[in-house]
Ligand binder design. Sequence first.
Ligand code: SF4
Length: 213
Amino acid sequence: MLKVNEIYYSIQGESTAAGLPCVFIRLTYCNLRCTYCDTEYAFYDGKDMAISAIINEVKKFECKLVEITGGEPLVQVEECLDLMKQLGDERFKVLIETGGSLPIKDIDQRVKVIMDLKCPSSGMEKKNLYENINYLKPKDELKFVIGNREDYEWTKEIISKYSLDKRCEILCSVVFGKLEPVQLVNWILEDKLNVRFQLQMHKFIWHPETKGV
Ligand code: SF4
């Protein structure tokens, strides 16, 4: 059984899959408490569902792209790994969004991992599990959510220290409402940083507080 906060169909708002229709499986619980968290409603609320019931629900949307998110989906690690495997066996293209504080090494190789490294202004920087970098595949994506200049400098340092831009795609976005997108874009261009800037598209399509989109 997995505790599931919501399952819904929308447009993927982030990552290199941004703009594509996608089914989202939001799992309950998170072991982190980022200062800018916009999914606190997923910390505790949810209903218990068997993996077969989750997959049946997903199939109703007739969409082959599925993202597992949270909260932190890897808190329910054993069942979550099993869910990803079974979705892969059913030929779904699976993405998982994880905060980067829990091990990713046992995730099915067919899954695209979109992993955060938490910047200082998140308040969760010390929770980053850097060992995870060794398990990133070329098709995976690494995400930095940047709230100020200190976060940006930190991001540059970490990219350089671990040669991250040679490992996989790097996504940089702003903390919504905290840093102007144009500011981050200017910094990236000034430094010729080899990263992909992204906006949380869903926050511009719908009201930023809207749930289930
Ligand atoms: S990891 Fe994600 S869900 Fe958890 S506190 Fe941070 S932003 Fe919120």
